[in-house]
Write a protein that binds this ligand. Structure first.
Ligand SMILES: O=C(O)CCC(=O)C(=O)O
Ligand SMILES: [Fe+2]
Length: 284
């Protein structure tokens, strides 16, 4: 894992973005200017209003059929993009899956993690000998998956990757059929993970495909903790916000920039706050 500096002027606050969106929406109503429509779509993507953003990009694509990026983003936000990732111009492709596991299995996973509560440790950053705790960058506790957790998750995740055509939709070639990593990560109040990549060309750890599977309780005992997928610089400073929804999962290429925004939690037990299963599928 490498931590890179945050892209400049990154405004990720939901309150700020909402105000900006309101003003932009009013401007669009008044002028019907397609450049304003584009900005509106970008704001809805940054706010995590993905179906709304999809409709706006699609509307823009009708007005500007020559701009491939609008079509691709419309499809990507709507969850229908296929074979078009090279036209995304820096926007990170992702596949969002709802209701990944039957509820009974999710409950079983949570019970299993509860039993392993004592094995959660403070999460680190950095690779191998450079591994260290740095709470300004990453504040979370994690459980490194054992055979039991692998057994409960591997089949479901691999079946989802196959059934949803995840590799094709992300423009990835192939993954090892046997090897993957899986961890459970929990974030108390103040928990976060600054902008980073799960794999970078310089220190290749073999990770190709990342999955973040949200396994917190509903109703949510926390706010924040959104997963932001940052556009690859220099194309833009935009990002796609994925708001945690229990039992949904997001797949994305491991070399992409992403972060977890600060969590505000109302529950004192960290395992009842924002919890995810984080998986990495390795190259063959
Ligand atoms: O908790 C998440 O949503 C993602 C965590 C993450 O990015 C990581 O552990 O590499
Ligand atoms: Fe990550």
């Amino acid at each position: 894992m490498t931590v890179s500096s945050s892209p400049a002027n990154l405004l990720t606050s939901v309150a700020f973005l909402n105000r900006f969106r309101e003003a932009t929406h009013a401007a669009y109503e008044a002028q019907q200017d397609s450049r304003v429509l584009w900005r509106l779509a970008e704001l809805d993507r940054a706010l995590g209003n993905l179906p709304v953003a999809a409709a706006e990009y699609q509307q823009y694509a009708v007005l500007h059929p020559e701009e491939k990026k609008a079509q691709v983003l419309g499809a990507l936000m709507a969850g229908t993009a296929a074979g078009l990732v090279e036209d995304a111009d820096g926007v990170i492709p992702f596949v969002l899956v709802k209701d990944l596991a039957p509820e009974i299995i999710l409950k079983e996973i949570r019970r299993t993690l509860e039993r392993k509560r004592e094995q959660f440790a403070v999460a680190k950053i950095g690779h191998r000998e450079l591994e260290r705790v740095d709470l300004d960058t990453r504040a979370a506790v994690f459980f490194r998956g054992d055979e039991e957790l692998h057994g409960m998750t591997q089949g479901l995740l691999r079946e989802t990757i196959r059934a949803q055509g995840v590799l094709e939709r992300l423009g990835l070639e192939s993954i090892s059929e046997t090897r993957e990593e899986v961890e459970a990560i929990a974030y108390a109040s103040g928990g976060k993970y600054a902008v980073h990549r799960d794999n970078a060309p310089k220190v290749d750890n073999g990770r190709v495909l990342t999955v973040v599977w949200f396994i917190h309780d509903e109703p949510k005992g926390f706010s924040g903790g959104d997963l932001l997928l940052h556009d690859e610089p220099p194309a833009g400073q935009g990002f796609t916000r994925i708001v945690p929804v229990r039992n949904s999962a997001v797949f994305f290429p491991s070399n992409c920039l992403h972060e977890v925004t600060p969590v505000e939690s109302t529950v004192s037990d960290v395992l009842c706050s924002r919890m995810v299963l984080n998986g990495w599928f390795l190259k063959p």
